[in-house]
Design a protein around this ligand. Structure first.
Ligand SMILES: NC(=O)c1ccc[n+]([C@@H]2O[C@H](COP(=O)([O-])OP(=O)(O)OC[C@H]3O[C@@H](n4cnc5c(N)ncnc54)[C@H](OP(=O)(O)O)[C@@H]3O)[C@@H](O)[C@H]2O)c1
Length: 264
């Protein structure tokens, strides 16, 4: 018996990185999973690992940029038994660019994937969640939503919008018994990061040691924060932005991306 036995957890971006780590942690704690992302192969692997733990795991291939696909994901979750914990984790991070040069289509896609899809899921699932004791929502945001993000303005703005949305939803859903919180990672060693950084060991090492707590943050470092926020020990925690960045946002030492990357 794990601490989430009998619970159903929906995770977007569950195929790799932070979403995969969080999904498998819930499965280890006894939960059944609804797994969404675009790449079926990666989702199947995660589902296979969850089933090996004795859990049920539904794979629902979904492009979060497609509103009807997101609605279909929510419908599937409701038809198959509802959701106790929704983890909105997937995100789109455009190629670095000054905001003035960013095509509006890219801005809109960033907001649709990162913010719009999360809200569509909440709108569809919230009524069912109010009937589930302990139901709650975790949004994987970013410390990029806390300040300006030169050359990553669409991503940073979308994360700032999520931080605001988390607090508003916490106020609106709290009286109905649904908690809403966010995890704000700093740089984490996942494919999103390796895609974003050029093939440059010096830059890679720079980010690995940029925070006061040295060494790359791993996807697994998001597991304990997620299990805490989702669990009964956090029953009075809502509207919280839980920063997990090794202390990076506590410093003034932030240059993301540094000039070298921008010049390239
Ligand atoms: N890595 C970091 O440094 C960092 C820092 C702060 C915050 N975060 C946040 O952490 C979350 C997870 O990032 P990560 O680093 O784990 O990234 P990742 O390893 O690249 O994984 C991203 C996941 O999201 C899915 N995804 C991406 N676009 C999607 C779309 N349009 N529709 C459905 N699924 C989509 C990917 O699968 P498919 O490509 O197959 O769809 C994948 O499963 C994101 O919200 C990110 O902003 C990451």
């Amino acid at each position: 018996m794990g601490s989430f036995s009998g619970k159903r957890i929906l995770v977007t971006g569950a195929g790799r990185g932070i979403g995969r780590a969080i999904a498998l942690a819930f499965a280890t704690e006894g939960a059944d999973l609804i797994l969404a992302a675009r790449s079926t192969g990666e989702l199947d692997e995660v589902a296979g690992e969850a089933r090996a733990l004795g859990r049920k795991a539904d794979v629902v291939p979904t492009d979060l940029a497609d509103r009807s696909a997101v609605e279909a994901l929510a419908a599937h979750a409701l038809e198959t038994g509802g959701v106790d914990v929704m983890v909105s984790n997937a995100a789109f991070s455009p190629t670095p660019s000054p905001l003035l040069d960013l095509p509006m289509e890219t801005w809109l896609k960033t907001f649709q994937v990162n913010v719009g899809a999360a809200l569509i899921l909440v709108k569809a699932l919230a009524a069912d969640m109010t009937a589930r004791p302990g139901a709650n929502i975790i949004i994987v945001s970013s410390i990029r939503g806390l300040g300006g993000t030169p050359f990553g303005g669409a991503y940073g703005s979308s994360k700032a919008a999520l931080n605001q949305m988390v607090k508003t939803l916490a106020c609106e859903l709290g009286p109905q018994g649904v908690r809403v919180n966010a995890i704000l990672p700093g740089p984490v060693l996942t494919q999103m990061t390796t895609d974003y950084l050029p093939d440059d060991k010096a830059l890679f090492d720079y980010y690995g040691d940029i925070a006061p707590i040295k060494g790359w943050t791993k996807a697994e470092d998001m597991v304990a924060p997620a299990l805490f926020l989702a669990g009964s020990g956090a029953r009075k925690v809502t509207g919280h932005l839980l920063i997990v960045d090794g202390g990076l946002s506590a410093t003034n030492q932030d240059a993301f991306p540094p000039p070298k990357l921008v010049a390239g």
